[in-house]
Design a protein around this ligand. Structure first.
Ligand code: DX5
Ligand code: ZN
Length: 219
């Protein structure tokens, strides 16, 4: 079984202190940092873009797990690669040609992530599975932190894990949206090995992020 890794979403961090917040997460045992990029078009919310990511990455050595909720995404891949994204995750609905967007991410030697919305079926990515490093399963409709986990995605994780084992594939399965201390165990049991969390890490236990990261890793 793959090691469980925690990717805190800085969407719930104090945006006036982003550099310090990332440092704090690194010290608290985060394995990577989940950066939610939203364009107010693909999703109904706006966040940050390449210049902010570049500035943050300059002062940090942790892996940047960049979740692009922007459309059309293809022409922006290079800017995010240049800014220092280590994993670039895109949604199939946000590109006209998924195959060429995957190739473009690879061209910049970045890890390829593909994200599936709650209603998006695994079929969309079946033929690309051997080229994908990470599959991000959305357990909320993307756009906002603090939403409620959708348990119906558990079957999708199980199906994906089964396909992975049957075909001897090695991608990571990441889960994003509404993860808390009551549901993290079932997503791990279903097959997820990277846990994204914003609200639970930043707001639970009076914002004790070290404790919250430890709790999400505990058996
Ligand atoms: C939602 C984002 C998530 C979000 C998770 O569109 O992709 O990464 O920040 O936040 P919580 O853990 O609060 O659901
Ligand atoms: Zn995300």
């Amino acid at each position: 079984m793959k090691k469980i890794q925690i990717s805190p979403s800085i969407l719930s961090a104090d945006f006036s202190q982003l550099g310090n917040e990332i440092k704090r997460l690194e010290d608290a045992g985060a394995d990577m940092i989940h950066v939610d990029v939203m364009d107010g078009h693909f999703v109904p919310n706006l966040t940050i873009g390449p210049p902010v990511i570049k500035a943050l990455k300059k002062n940090s050595s942790i892996i940047f797990d960049v979740h692009l909720m922007i459309s059309p995404v293809h022409k922006y891949i290079e800017s995010f690669a240049d800014a220092g994204a280590d994993i670039i995750t895109i949604h199939p609905e946000a590109t006209e040609d998924l195959a060429s967007s995957i190739l473009k991410i690879k061209k910049f030697k970045k890890k390829v992530g593909i994200s599936l919305n709650p209603e998006t079926k695994i079929d969309v990515i079946l033929k690309f599975l051997d080229q994908i490093d990470l599959i991000l399963i959305m357990s909320v409709n993307p756009g906002f932190g603090g939403q409620k986990f959708m348990p119906e995605v558990l079957n999708k994780i199980k199906d994906l894990k089964k396909i992975q084992l049957e075909n001897n594939l090695d991608f990571d399965i990441e889960i994003d949206g509404g993860i808390n201390f009551d549901n993290y165990k079932e997503v791990i049991e279903a097959g997820a090995n990277i846990i994204v969390s914003g609200t639970t890490i930043f707001k639970s236990n009076n914002g004790d992020i070290k404790k919250n990261i430890e709790l999400l890793k505990s058996k």
